[in-house]
Ligand binder design. Structure first.
Ligand SMILES: [Zn+2]
Length: 256
């Protein structure tokens, strides 16, 4: 992954006719929130679209609810969630087969994922917090990418996992830890116990889920940055910023 124009871009992105990446706070708050300190959401998203060369009126961004609903963006719902919550659809992942639609999910410690199927030319953006990860929204989204076309295979999919909270910072209670300890050894090894407290490497769990879906390791570009403790670049972080403020970065993908 490389930082270009203050956007983290997956190494594989340049192979395809797509624009995708993960913003840094240079682009201000990108999340659908009523507490936006850094400019307005419309201005911030317009700034992002200008930087990547897409149309801000053709954004699709769900209202994220920590579930496993995968939405489909097309001409009928284009613009939902583009500039505010009022017309946003509830869901934590979205896919599209149409060129020119910028899919956006947002995060501040949760895990952002970008997916692209180069066989069917289908794109997806995912938000996976601990609840969404426990529900395996990543697998739901991969299934949605494969659903329409019998020729599709996981080996056609390219994936990128952006910065998110890791075991260094993410202390969780017994109930959260138990839900991941029950998911098999590949996932359970990312739950550790130190001084009687559990730490969860949520970002590594999402990576394991992609592997379990059959995505090829050499098709996955993964950031290893923790949003909570990493200073370069500095990220919005729910844990660091506190619960009264919610601002986030964008994960975006647009096929051109
Ligand atoms: Zn950390």
């Amino acid at each position: 992954m490389k930082l270009q124009n203050n956007i983290l871009i997956p190494d594989w992105a340049g192979k395809f006719s797509i624009k995708c990446g993960f913003t840094t706070p240079t682009y201000g708050n990108q999340a659908l929130t009523r507490k936006c300190r850094s400019g307005t959401l419309a201005d911030n998203r317009a700034q992002l679209c200008k930087a990547i060369g897409t149309d801000p009126n053709r954004i699709y961004a769900p209202h994220q609810i920590h579930g496993k609903t995968v939405l489909t963006a097309d001409e009928t719902n284009l613009g939902h969630g583009a500039f505010g919550l009022d017309n946003a659809d509830d869901g934590d992942a979205c896919i599209t087969k149409q060129n020119g639609i910028t899919l956006i999910t947002t995060w501040a410690d949760c895990i952002p994922i970008i997916l692209y199927d180069d066989n069917t030319h289908t794109a997806a953006a995912v938000h996976s917090g601990w609840r969404g990860t426990a529900l395996n929204i990543t697998a739901e989204t991969v299934q949605a990418l494969l659903a329409d076309d019998p020729q599709s295979a996981p080996s056609d999919i390219w994936a990128s996992v952006g910065p998110g909270i890791r075991g260094c910072c993410y202390e969780v209670g017994d109930e959260v830890a138990d839900s991941f300890l029950d998911m098999g050894s590949a996932v359970a090894r990312h739950v550790t116990k130190r001084d009687g407290r559990y730490k969860l490497d949520l970002q590594s769990v999402v990576y394991e889920q992609l592997i379990q879906c059959g995505i090829l390791p050499n098709h996955i570009d993964r950031s290893t940055l923790c949003t909570c403790c990493n200073a370069d670049p500095t990220f919005f972080s729910c844990r660091k910023d506190g619960r009264d403020i919610f601002e986030g970065q964008a994960a975006f993908i647009c096929m051109i």
